[in-house]
Design a protein around this ligand. Sequence first.
Ligand SMILES: C[S@@+](CC[C@H](N)C(=O)[O-])C[C@H]1O[C@@H](n2cnc3c(N)ncnc32)[C@H](O)[C@@H]1O
Length: 276
Amino acid sequence: MSSGADRLELRHAVERHYDSLAFLYRLFWGEHVHHGLWPVRGGSPKDAQVRLVSHLAQRAGIAGGERVLDVGCGYGAAARWLAANHECCVIGITISRAQARQARRRNRRDGRDDAVAIIRGDAAALPVCERRFDIVWVIECLEHLAEKGEFIRRATRTLVPGGRLALCSWQDGGRGDGLVEAVCDAFLCPSLATAAEYRAWCETAGLEIRCQEDLTARVLDTWKVLVRRVSRPWARPLRWLVGHDVRRFVDGFPIIARAYETGAMTYGLLVARQPA
Ligand SMILES: C[S@@+](CC[C@H](N)C(=O)[O-])C[C@H]1O[C@@H](n2cnc3c(N)ncnc32)[C@H](O)[C@@H]1O
C-alpha cells in the first residue's frame, strides 16, 4: 500500500464491505465478528467466540469497572459483554455506519446504552484523548490499517498509567509463500504484521509486554465452520446474488484456513501495559 490515495481507497472499500455485508455477517456469523477459541474440537461457534473475548479480558487483567476503548467494535458484542460481565464503561468505534446503527439498536434493546456508546469513525485518525482509558481493546481491526505502528503509538497515549492495550490479530507467519498476500487481497487488508513487529511497535511506544500468545491451533476451527456454513445448499444461490467483492471474500475462506494450517499465518494475542 504505497500512497495516501491508495489508503483512502482501501478505507472506503472496508467501509463499503462492512456496510453492505452487515446482513450476511449476521446471518453466517452472528453478532461477534471474530474468530472463536476452541478448547477441544467441536462446541458451539458462538460459545467459542465468547470464549475468545473472555480469554482476552482475563489476559488483560480486567477486574471490573474499567473505561474501555473498543477499536473496530463491529456490532458491539464484545463491548456489551465487557459491560455485562465486568461493569466496564465502553466506547466502541467502527468505520461502518451499518454496524454502528445496529450496535446502538442492540445496546438499547439489551439496556446497555448507559454503559456502551458507539461512534462511527476511523481508527487510523483516532483523536488522542491523553490518559483517558484503562484498556484499549482491539479484536481483529488492525489488519485493515496500513499504519499499525502509528496506531499503537497513538493508542498508547490514550492509556492511563497502568492501562493496557489488549489485542487479538491475524498475523504474518513470515514464510513468504504468497498466501498472506492472497488473504490480504480477499479480506481487504493492506498488510499483516508479524508477532515480532507487534511486539516491537508496543515497546517503541513505551509499553511493557505483559503477555503474547500464539492461538492459531485454537482458532482454526472457525474457518471450518464458516466454509461449512457457506456451502449449505440454501446458502449456495446467495453467491450469485452478491457482487464480485463478496464472492472474492467468501472464496478467501479456504485460503485463510490453508494459511493457518501451513504456518503462513498465525493468530496472536498480545497484552502490553503502560508503565505506572
Ligand atoms: C473483523 S471485524 C471485528 C469486529 C469486532 N472487533 C468484534 O469483536 O466483533 C473488523 C472491524 O474493524 C472495523 N474497522 C475496519 N477498519 C476500520 C477503521 N479504519 N476504523 C474503525 N473501524 C474499522 C470494521 O468496521 C469492523 O467492525
